[in-house]
Design a protein around this ligand. Structure first.
Ligand code: APR
Ligand code: PHB
Length: 410
C-alpha cells in the first residue's frame, strides 16, 4: 500500500482546499490534496462568480491573479430593482474605492489547479472511498483508493475542505458539533446564455412573481437566475418558458431587460443557511462549505471559503515556525465571527428579495418598504455596500507571509 507522510492532508480540491494548499506551499509547508472527482469535473462545474475585494487581493498576493486581472470584470456598483425600477448602489463610492469582481468559480479553480500542478506537490483526482481516521490521535490519516492502489496519508493535521456533502464533517463523533440551519422554501433556476450582458453591473430584482438576478460571466455570456420551488424539475422548463419568466420579472419601466441568447447550461439549486460549530475536532479543521453554507443571494460562499483558509494558514504557519498553538485554538472562533456576519447578511438579502409561499400582505409591503429605505438612504446603502464588498478580515496577509502590493491597499 502506498504510504505518504505530510504536514497537512487536505480533503477536497475546491477553492478552500486549493487556496490552503497554495498558501502552505508559499510558506514551505507540505500538503497532499485528495479530491474524489476528476480534474475536468471540478473545473467545469458551474458555480457562483462574485469575488470580494479581499479575495481578489488574496489571489493576487498569492501570485495566482493573472487570469483574474485579464478576464475578471470589476464592478463598482450593483442595481436593486423593484416595482419596475432599477436603483443603483455605488459600492466603490460608499466603501472608499472597494469593488467586487465577477470571475467564475470554475476559472478560480482552474487557475489554482494550474498553480498547484506547477508546485509539483501531490494532488490526487478521482480518489475513491476517501475516509479520514485517527481523529483522536496526533497522527490522523486520510485513506483512499486511486487507480489500483489503496493509499494512506499520515498527517500532522487534516483540513476538511470537501464541501457540504463531503466526508470530513460526518466523521466527527456525534455530539461534538452544534448545527444551526435554515432551509428556504425556494431554490434558484440558473442559466448561462450566449448573450452579451445588457448591463455592466448585477441587477437583483424583487418582482410580484418572485426574485430574479441578472449576472454575467464575460462580455459574451449572461448568467441569470429565477426563484422557483426548491424541488422544481428543470426538465419542465422549456427555454422559451425560461426566457418568458426572466423577461417578465426583470424588464423595468424604462425598457431595460436582459439580452436573449442560446441557453448553454441550466439547473436548479436549493437554498439553505447552515453552520456547524466548532469548525474543529482535535487535528481536523473544517473550512469552507464543509462547515457552512450560505444562500447565494449575498454572493458570499466562495469568499468565506477563502477567508477560512487564510485563518487556517496563519495558524499552521505559526505552529510550524514558532510552535505557537493559540491561533490553532482560536481558528474556529475567528472564522465563525465572520461566518455569522455573512450568514446574517445572506439571510437578509434572501428574505428581502424573495417571495415566500406563506407570506402575508404585510410581509410583502414590509419588503417593499425595506427596499425603498435601502435605495433612498445613504446609511442603508453604505451598510449593504460594505457587507457586499466584504467586511475587513481579521488576518493580515503579512501573517501568512504575503505582501500586499501598494495599489491593492484600500
Ligand atoms: N473526498 C474528496 N473530495 C471530496 C469528497 C470526498 N469524499 N467530497 C467532496 N469532495 C470535493 C468536491 O468534489 C469539491 O471539489 O471537495 C470539493 C469541495 O469544494 P466546494 O464544494 O467548491 O467547497 P469549498 O472549497 O468550500 O468552496 C466553497 O463552493 O459550493 C461553492 O458556492 C460555494 O463558492 C462556494 C465554494
Ligand atoms: C453569479 O454570477 O453566479 C452570482 C452573482 C451574484 C449572486 C449569486 C450568484 O448573488
Amino acid at each position: 500500500m502506498p504510504a505518504h507522510t505530510t504536514q497537512v492532508g487536505i480533503v477536497g480540491a475546491g477553492p478552500a482546499g486549493l487556496i490552503l494548499g497554495h498558501l502552505l506551499h508559499l510558506n514551505g509547508l507540505d500538503s497532499v490534496i485528495v479530491e474524489n472527482r476528476s480534474r475536468e469535473y471540478v473545473i467545469d462545474r458551474v458555480r457562483a462568480g462574485v469575488l470580494e475585494q479581499g479575495t481578489v487581493d488574496l489571489m493576487t498576493a498569492m501570485g495566482v491573479g493573472q487570469g483574474l486581472s485579464q478576464a475578471g470584470l470589476r464592478h463598482d456598483g450593483l442595481y436593486i430593482s423593484f416595482q419596475g425600477q432599477r436603483h443603483r448602489i455605488d459600492l466603490a463610492e460608499l466603501t472608499g474605492g472597494k469593488a467586487i469582481t465577477v470571475y467564475g468559480q470554475n476559472e478560480v479553480v482552474r487557475d489554482l489547479i494550474d498553480a498547484r500542478t506547477g508546485t509539483k506537490r501531490p494532488l490526487y483526482f478521482e480518489a475513491d472511498n476517501v475516509s479520514v481516521g485517527g481523529l483522536d490521535s496526533d497522527n490522523p490519516v486520510i485513506r483512499f483508493r486511486h487507480g489500483d492502489a489503496d493509499h494512506e496519508v499520515r498527517c500532522d493535521f487534516i483540513a476538511g475542505c470537501d464541501g457540504f456533502h463531503g466526508i470530513c464533517r460526518p466523521s466527527i463523533p456525534d455530539g461534538v458539533l452544534t448545527i444551526s440551519e435554515r432551509v428556504y422554501p425556494f431554490g434558484w433556476l440558473g442559466i448561462l446564455a450566449e448573450a452579451a450582458p445588457s448591463s455592466d453591473e448585477l441587477v437583483y430584482t424583487l418582482h410580484e412573481r418572485g426574485f430574479a438576478l441578472f449576472s454575467m460571466r464575460s462580455p459574451k455570456i449572461t448568467r441569470l437566475y429565477l426563484q422557483v420551488p426548491p424541488d422544481e424539475p428543470i426538465d419542465e422548463w422549456s427555454d422559451d418558458a425560461i426566457w418568458d419568466e426572466m423577461l417578465t420579472r426583470m424588464t423595468t419601466r424604462d425598457g431595460w431587460r436582459p439580452n436573449i441568447g442560446r441557453i448553454v447550461q441550466k439547473g436548479v439549486t436549493p437554498m439553505r443557511s447552515f453552520v456547524a460549530a466548532p469548525m474543529r475536532y482535535n487535528r481536523l479543521f473544517l473550512a469552507g462549505d464543509a462547515a457552512h453554507i450560505v444562500p447565494p443571494t449575498g454572493a458570499k460562499g466562495l469568499n468565506l471559503a477563502a477567508s477560512d483558509v487564510l485563518v487556517l494558514a496563519r495558524a499552521l504557519k505559526a505552529f510550524y515556525e514558532q510552535g505557537r498553538r493559540t491561533w490553532l485554538d482560536e481558528y474556529s472562533d475567528v472564522c465563525l465571527r465572520r461566518v455569522w456576519r455573512a450568514q446574517r447578511f445572506s439571510w437578509w438579502m434572501t428574505s428581502t428579495l424573495h417571495r415566500s409561499p406563506d407570506e402575508t400582505a404585510f410581509d410583502h409591503q414590509r419588503q417593499i418598504a425595506d427596499l425603498d429605505y435601502l435605495t433612498s438612504s445613504i446609511a442603508a446603502m453604505t451598510s449593504l455596500a460594505e457587507q457586499y464588498v466584504g467586511l475587513p478580515g481579521e488576518v493580515s496577509f503579512e501573517s501568512v507571509g504575503l505582501t500586499r502590493r501598494q495599489e491593492e491597499q484600500r
